[in-house]
Design a protein around this ligand. Sequence first.
Ligand SMILES: Nc1ncnc2c1ncn2[C@@H]1O[C@H](COP(=O)(O)OP(=O)(O)OP(=O)(O)O)[C@@H](O)[C@H]1O
Ligand SMILES: [Mg+2]
Length: 381
Amino acid sequence: MGLTLASFSKISMSGIKTIVLDNGSGYMKAGLANDAAPAVIEPTLIGSTKHQSVLFAPQQKSVFVGNEAYEKKGDLFLRYPIEHGHIRNWEDMETIWKEIFSQKLFCDPSKSRILVSSHPLCERANKEKLTERLFEEFKIPNLYVANSAILCIYATGTTSGLVVESGEGVTYSAPVHNGYYITEAVSRMNVAGKEITNYFARLLSESGHQFTSASDLETVKQIKENQCFFRSPTHQNPRDKSKFILPDGSSIQLGNERHEAAEVLYNPLLVGQECDGLGGMVASSLLSSPLDTRQNLALNIVVNGGTSRAEGFEERLKSELETKLSKTHPQLSFTIKVSENREIGAWIGGSVLASSMQDDAWMSKHEYQEYGAHYVHQKCL
Ligand SMILES: Nc1ncnc2c1ncn2[C@@H]1O[C@H](COP(=O)(O)OP(=O)(O)OP(=O)(O)O)[C@@H](O)[C@H]1O
Ligand SMILES: [Mg+2]
């Protein structure tokens, strides 16, 4: 089978491919620029065998990544190398990247440009380390680190809107106006899907169901995705689904935990975090944006991230904004927009951007060697 025209366009004349990576705290999205969707969506998970000599023959692997690690979760020590959007275990992260590049994307990184998405307000040192590892360890020729809020806007085919993204480790609200994001109006908290899962596990333990191991928490995450919802005046009880069958065949009855767990996003104090919560964050992003952009932003609230899949997410956000702002800003009206692709919005925007960037917009290996890793902050705005 030869190259199709579409695949040929993804490889430049010099044989360089362009990889797009959205390194999520929960899920890795990876693929080639110009594609409509990532070829890889797998847990950003790594697992090492607990009992090598018993379960696995010596010649077999003892480290598994992504879906494979998830499938064998009961037999492995599990680790997520990204916490709240920051890479904390570089060795594990590199193991995951190596597997993705060679086994899933069939790319040689030393012949591939890489565009990586990064949440707003990420640690500068983490971005520099990422730059260093990709140039040094993977010997890539070019890199671009793009702001995920801008990428989510590009994915909608527009250049302005207020991006609200809530994934596994990070929730942020970031206004983007004519392709630029308004830095001083960005709010972010390290409270997202993982905190909802952990709080849900705590509520379940109070009603007599213990979920303690890392593998058990994966089951709690599954129950959460299936059962939890956001309550609001317009969205009370989406469906009568209060029974969940556990992997061992037993069943669990669920009550108020189904909506109480999601409250973490609006009341982070429930998990000990003294921050505003999503309603306050989005309201403050709007009020910190220039006056003449506010109404347009409020009518273009673009929701992304897997946590926004929970039923009632949009209704709750809208009612929180109306409650918070109706007295002081009665003229503002809100439209919350969601797309079917909400988990991969940043990746899609990355695919669009990477396929249209001029050669000199990328940070080159030469620039890295000449100016160092911190040059990434100047080059990638
Ligand atoms: N139906 C659902 N209800 C509630 N949560 C959901 C649902 N579907 C997915 N999620 C949650 O979405 C999160 C994953 O979303 P996403 O892939 O956007 O995050 P990520 O990119 O890995 O993390 P981050 O961007 O925060 O670093 C997980 O916490 C997952 O449990
Ligand atoms: Mg994400």
